[in-house]
Design a protein around this ligand. Structure first.
Ligand SMILES: NC(=O)c1ccc[n+]([C@@H]2O[C@H](COP(=O)([O-])OP(=O)(O)OC[C@H]3O[C@@H](n4cnc5c(N)ncnc54)[C@H](O)[C@@H]3O)[C@@H](O)[C@H]2O)c1
Length: 320
């Protein structure tokens, strides 16, 4: 593999800010360009950063041509809960943004493209326990519909244009370094912040709502493992199921109480309950394990211990 030049689109978000750091470690900071429509916050400002709107097709193409990128990570999207409030914007960004990237990647001979799908691509009649790789997909949110369609676009570009595009169906991603961007699993991020600052948290899902989740360190690892795997190992060109852990609000609360005994959780379900109820409770990721050796490192107890150890340092630094 020669020298890589990597473009990250939508790098300022919850995933992008941490994935960009993973890419710095792998390829060297000078070989990674992070981009977003908003100015860089925190650590991202310490590397190459440019303002780039994935919907401005001409600018996007020129930028890719000029910089001779070998890999693109396209992360810009409107997430599930926000998308239900603005469905046309979600469709426009999630579909046209993806197609702009795929077209430019073909035209300028980019070696590899990464684009995330989501468990939101599944729906109410999908088997909910250990959801298989290939199964019924009847998403109910515009976000989920855009992810399902995006998977098919990726496969189409692979088959018809020879583009090496790869994808993961992330479960809910949990990190503490960046606030989440409007998804249905955001409660599992907010709960740690509130546990430390207020010792109490009101949850927008019911106590027994199981959802598949993944710690951010595992999400970054899964993404880089997939992208570093030899092309012939990638049998799934739509998107791979990947699983980390599965828990419900009362279980994450119990795991926090082990560290903060006075922590209290209360429940006030809103429109996001119906979205959560339409999604899988756990995921079968045997194809990812078999094809390119996927294995998660964090379970709920390890994640809670890790976050509650490191988040206070971050909150203290922000308060200064
Ligand atoms: N966070 C999760 O739990 C989760 C789960 C499954 C899949 N995903 C997928 O992972 C990807 C990243 O998610 P995230 O949680 O980091 O989202 P996020 O909302 O935190 O970040 C998205 C970023 O895209 C940027 N953006 C918006 N419009 C843009 C445009 N026109 N051009 C360029 N950038 C633009 C935003 O400013 C933001 O920084 C998305 O495709 C999302 O669907 C996330």
């Amino acid at each position: 593999m020669g020298k890589q030049k990597v473009l990250v689109i939508g790098a300022g978000g919850q995933l992008g800010s941490e994935l960009t750091q993973g890419l710095w470690n792998l390829f060297g900071k000078e070989n990674v360009t992070a981009t977003d429509i908003k100015a860089p916050q925190g650590i991202l400002a310490k590397g190459n950063f440019e303002i780039l709107d994935v919907l401005k097709q001409t600018h996007l193409s020129e930028f890719i041509a000029k910089n001779k990128f070998t890999q693109i990570y396209h992360l810009a999207a409107v997430l599930s809960a926000t998308g239900e409030k603005n469905p046309k914007l979600a469709w426009h960004l999630n579909m046209d943004g993806l197609i702009n990237v795929l077209d430019a990647a073909v035209e300028y001979k980019v070696n590899k493209v990464y684009w995330p799908s989501s468990i939101a691509a599944f729906g109410p009649t999908t088997p909910k326990i250990k959801t298989p790789q290939d199964t019924v997909m009847d998403p109910t949110t515009i976000y989920g519909i855009s992810k399902q369609a995006g998977e098919r676009w990726c496969e189409w570009y692979f088959k018809n244009k020879g583009l090496d595009v790869r994808s993961l169906r992330y479960p809910g991603l949990i990190g503490y370094k960046t606030k989440p961007g409007g998804g249905t699993t955001d409660y599992a991020v907010d709960i740690y912040f509130k546990a430390l600052t207020d010792k109490k948290f009101e949850c927008f899902l019911k106590p027994d709502t199981y959802l598949p989740m993944m710690y951010m360190d595992d999400a970054v690892k899964a993404t880089l493992d997939l992208m570093e795997a030899p092309s012939e190992k990638i049998n799934e060109r739509g998107s791979y199921n990947v699983s980390g852990m599965s828990f419900c609000p009362s279980e994450i609360a119990a795991s926090i109480k082990k560290h903060i005994p006075e922590f209290e959780i209360s429940y006030n379900p809103d429109f996001r309950q119906a979205i959560a109820d339409s999604w899988p409770k756990s995921i079968n990721d045997s194809s990812a394990r078999l094809d390119w050796g996927w294995e998660p490192e964090y379970d709920l107890a390890e994640m809670t211990a890790h976050i509650l150890k490191h988040l206070p340092e971050l909150l203290k630094a922000e308060a200064i």
